[in-house]
Design a protein. Structure first.
Length: 146
């Protein structure tokens, strides 16, 4: 009985520690490990464990829509809709980077890491406005809060 308990505890601990979240939702939005939807094909050994956990908790945050426009003042506005498929709240940071016509990152003091969280089974919207009119495109990067 004790051996079975230790085995189950060990399997659960390994599953929690190895649940990978590396998927990216397009080239503009980089959703990093611990934030993105889980990739159950990332490790053949942990795949069955990850599938079992995913069935219970859901995979994670998915980008459902990305919209951009130029506002009346000439600045680029971006809206990113996300949905947390997990039953748990996902806490993370995100940062917008604004790009010029050549794809270079424009210097901006407003490009800082911002804390965020999305409640389980809930949708959220992240908005950003460029600080320079030269911005024609954007990237968003996310990272897990340490």
């Amino acid at each position: 009985m004790k051996i079975r308990w230790y085995f189950l505890t060990t399997v659960l601990a390994v599953a929690v520690l190895t649940t990978g979240c590396n998927s990216n939702s397009g080239s503009k939005v980089k959703v990093r490990e611990g934030v993105a939807s889980d990739s159950i094909t990332s490790n053949i050994i942990t795949r069955p464990i990850e599938m079992a956990i995913e069935a219970v908790t859901g995979p994670g945050v998915e980008v459902t829509q990305v919209t951009k426009r130029r506002n009346p003042d000439g600045f680029l506005e971006v809206q990113v809709n996300c949905f947390n498929n997990s039953k748990r709240t996902k806490r993370f940071q995100y940062k917008f980077q604004w790009l010029d016509a050549d794809g270079f990152v424009l210097d901006s003091r407003a490009s800082v890491w911002l804390d965020s969280s999305i409640t389980g089974k809930w949708e959220d919207v992240f908005k950003g406005i460029s600080t320079q009119k030269e911005a024609v495109d954007f990237r968003i990067d996310t990272r897990k809060i340490k």
